[in-house]
Design a protein around this ligand. Structure first.
Ligand SMILES: N[C@@H](CCC(=O)N[C@@H](CS)C(=O)NCC(=O)O)C(=O)O
Length: 217
């Protein structure tokens, strides 16, 4: 869906981030879910210092933040689930399919995001610390174990269950950084590339990048 300044749904994103974060900020996950669901949205871009009031919206001052009428949501998982409830493209209607999709959504944000973020923080964010190499090795090993099991689960399947769901959206989004994928078996890398090839993902990525100014405010 094209972005629409009159849309009822507003997504808060950053108006500038450093190069390494472009294409990785989590508003992209929300945009992708909206694209899959066929829902149009507008963006509110945060630039410069975050205003004190913003911490009353997102307790840590982070993005994404989602507003739709009286509903205000933070946490990309909660937002993605809310969007998925509106569209069978993301959440099967039958109880079993719906439950499995939600289980994978939690798995992405818990079982997988913890080792991914631990590895990123230890390896990249604190690269200059003396403890970085040891912590990076430990998280790398933890992550490799999780990715190997995910590869076993996937085998040669296209998606985590018998069709694409919000669980795949969140799993692909969680894994699509070089630091994570360098530890992944080939079938997991192919799975992530399959997710990134979806037209809805491409539209979301283009819109995310188009909203980012080249210079900090
Ligand atoms: N658990 C939150 C994490 C959000 C998050 O980490 N946002 C990052 C961008 S991807 C952010 O706003 N970072 C700036 C900061 O923490 O000050 C979610 O999944 O929505």
């Amino acid at each position: 869906m094209p972005m629409n300044p009159d849309a009822a749904i507003e997504v808060t994103a950053f108006g500038w981030v450093p190069d390494f974060a472009r294409g990785q900020v989590r508003d992209l996950r929300v945009r992708w879910a909206l694209e899959e669901a066929g829902l149009s949205y507008r963006t509110r871009l945060l630039t410069g210092e975050r205003p004190a009031e913003y911490y009353r919206e997102q307790p840590w001052g982070q993005v994404p933040f989602y507003r739709e009428g009286a509903l205000q949501l933070f946490e990309c998982g909660a937002i993605a689930l809310h969007i998925a409830e509106r569209s069978e493209a993301l959440l099967p209607r039958d109880e079993v399919g719906r439950g499995r999709a939600i289980a994978w959504l939690f798995a992405a944000l818990n079982s997988m995001d913890v080792p991914v973020m631990g590895h990123v923080v230890a390896t990249a964010f604190h690269a200059d610390e003396p403890w970085s190499p040891g912590a990076s090795r430990a998280f790398g090993e933890f992550l490799r174990g999780r990715l190997a099991r995910l590869g076993d689960w996937l085998g040669d399947s296209e998606w985590l269950e018998d069709r694409f769901t919000v669980g795949d959206l969140m799993m692909v989004a969680t894994l699509r950084s070089d630091l994570a994928l360098e530890h992944a078996p080939d079938n997991v890398v192919a799975y992530v590339r399959r997710g990134e090839a979806r037209p809805a993902f491409r539209r979301a990525l283009d819109a995310h990048l188009a909203d980012l100014s080249p210079d900090p405010a």
